[in-house]
Design a binder for this molecule. Structure first.
Ligand code: ARG
Length: 559
């Protein structure tokens, strides 16, 4: 609450001058000049018929005595620069000596359903599924930490055309239920999907099978159950590897039971229109700046679509859980689909007390700027990708070879997750394996290495209390960074963007390393100083661990 405390000081100063405004204080963008700054005088000056610098100077001159600031000044052309007192910095550091590092949780607990993962059964997972999983899991952890309830739902793609294609292949190959394993599925899906591109007759058959399956055809249902079981087991293994947690393992197929009720509801609201024997919903509004095409609710052959199952899923989520929010961590390319779905919710009054948020993510590209491929030249299956990252990490340093398999898995996770989460969620990014496996730089191994380094120093040392001293610039910089822990998390939460946490974590690690390299703790004779430095390193250690946790990254005590 540091920024709020400083803003409050300015508000009070202004108020006694007859200026009734709310001021904002932000982190300084020139750390060598001050810790925090306020830029509001530029905007407000005109209103009070003053120059920005005059207004800033008045506020500063009128500020009441306080223990928070060491220095405050108005500087040309109208900034207010502020630096914190050592006392205030230290009291905030001491506040962090708790499990949640002094983070003040939201008092009103709300329910967030988070829809991420979204694997399509019978199809191999690809890099896109890695991104939704990494970002979604991180958001799940952040939202929980901030004080809310979450329900994560994997929303499997389990009733689409791919199932009809695979069943067709199974029938052609004359396979029995017990013959269907993951190796078979991995081979049959690409074969069938290629065939459907060239053979119209097969394509039609696959589509008919899909429709019959959705209508409950017993034989197809038995194949579907088996395909799903085999596929879900494989998908679970990968989600486990990425330590993603799902409370619900529902999918498109589970939404079917609610479609009739939903259809009735939409009919009552007069939203369904018959067009070429298909049921569509017109979702455009006069005020729209771009044309929003109608949503197709039911095809002319009676089949339902991705939009239908998404609407029915919303219907059941509202009925069963009454969430305050439903968040969708899905590829940017599905934005239009969700715009249409959300618009139907708005028009039908399906979600009066629930906010629906589309949290799109960008594409993972290779160093050539095109969608990422592994060394084999294919769009990577995730297993191959994990192996490739592991191999490259191991090739970087002799010692890496001797790590246990568990530790290697932790490092690979850190590499993938930190590579991803340091980017703004909605932007594409370049996955450069060589770069992200380095120990130096903005990488997962760098973060893990910093954590292990602090642990080595802290090992067997007693943590006592913190005195009121700050000893040098490296020391002060570290303490100041530490107390910006909560705002970084708040920012990530407010924007649903884990990169704010990743950025803060990286900066913290850089500062911790500089602190350590310039302040030699081990051979210190000054007991108080040693205690103080161990104290702040201990808080740094806890903070790094917690931030890693929020990004879904496990840490290693030794590396
Ligand atoms: N299965 C979809 C895909 O692979 C993602 C599902 C996203 N969630 C949803 N409710 N539509 O693209």
């Amino acid at each position: 609450m540091i920024q709020e405390t400083l803003a409050q000081l300015l508000n009070e100063s202004a108020s006694t001058l007859g200026i009734d405004e709310s001021f904002y204080v932000v982190k300084s963008n020139r750390a060598e000049l001050c810790d925090y700054q306020c830029d509001n005088c530029f905007k407000l000056a005109k209103k009070y018929d003053k120059k920005p610098i005059e207004l800033a100077s008045m506020l500063v001159a009128n500020l009441k005595e306080n223990k928070y600031l060491k220095k405050i000044e108005a500087v040309q052309p109208g900034f207010i620069n502020m630096s914190l007192s050592d006392e205030f910095i230290n009291s905030n550091v001491i506040n962090m000596n708790s499990d949640d590092l002094g983070f003040i949780k939201d008092t009103k607990e709300e329910l967030f359903i988070i829809d991420f993962g979204g694997a399509n059964i019978a199809k191999p997972l690809h890099v896109g599924h890695m991104r939704t999983t990494i970002v979604g899991e991180s958001l799940r952890r952040i939202i929980t930490f901030v004080g809310h309830k979450t329900i994560s739902d994997v929303h499997l793609g389990d009733y689409g055309l791919q199932i009809g294609q695979v069943i067709y292949g199974i029938l052609e190959d004359n396979k029995q239920l017990e013959d269907i394993d993951i190796a078979y599925l991995e081979a049959i899906y690409p074969k069938m999907s290629a065939l459907c591109k060239t053979d119209e007759v097969v394509k039609q058959k696959c589509s008919d099978i899909t429709k019959a399956l959705q209508d409950g055809h017993p034989l197809y249902q038995s194949y579907f159950k088996k395909i799903k079981e085999v596929s879900v087991n494989d998908v679970k293994r990968l989600y486990d590897y990425l330590s993603a947690h799902f409370d619900l393992w529902l999918g498109e197929s589970d939404a079917y039971q609610d479609i009739p009720t939903l259809k009735k509801l939409l009919e009552e609201k007069k939203l369904l229109t018959l067009s070429d024997n298909a049921y569509i919903i017109n979702v455009s509004k006069e005020t729209d700046s771009k044309e929003l095409p109608p949503l197709i609710f039911e095809k002319s052959n009676g089949a339902y679509l991705y939009s239908t199952t998404d609407l029915a899923t919303i219907y059941s989520r509202i009925r069963d859980y009454q969430p305050a929010y439903i968040l969708y961590v899905v590829d940017n390319r599905q934005e239009l689909h969700f715009e249409q779905v959300f618009r139907v919710c708005e028009l039908s009054g399906l979600t009066p007390n629930t906010k629906l948020e589309f949290l799109g993510y960008g594409t993972v590209n290779g160093t050539d700027g095109k969608p990422f491929k592994t060394r084999s030249g294919n769009t990577p299956k995730l297993d191959d990708l994990f192996k490739e990252v592991n191999d490259i990490f191991i090739s970087k340093k002799e010692e890496n070879k001797y790590m246990s398999t568990d530790s290697q898995a932790i490092v690979v996770n850190a590499i993938l997750k930190f590579a991803d989460l340091q980017n703004s969620r909605d932007k594409d990014y370049i996955f450069d394996i060589q770069k992200f496996t380095n120990v130096i730089g903005k990488t997962g191994p760098y973060i893990l290495y910093t954590y292990a380094r602090i642990n080595k120093i802290l090992k067997d040392s007693e943590i006592a209390t913190l005195s009121n001293n700050i000893y040098n610039e490296f020391d002060r910089k570290l303490r100041l960074k530490l107390i910006q822990f909560a705002p970084a998390i708040r920012q990530a939460f407010a924007n649903r963007m884990p990169n704010y946490i990743a950025e803060y974590l990286y900066e913290l690690c850089v500062i911790v390393n500089a602190f350590y390299e310039n302040n030699h703790i081990n051979n210190l004779d000054d007991i108080i100083k040693k205690q103080d430095w161990l104290y702040i390193l201990n808080i740094s250690c806890k903070a790094i661990k917690k931030l890693c946790y929020l990004l879904g990254i496990d840490v290693l005590k030794v590396m």
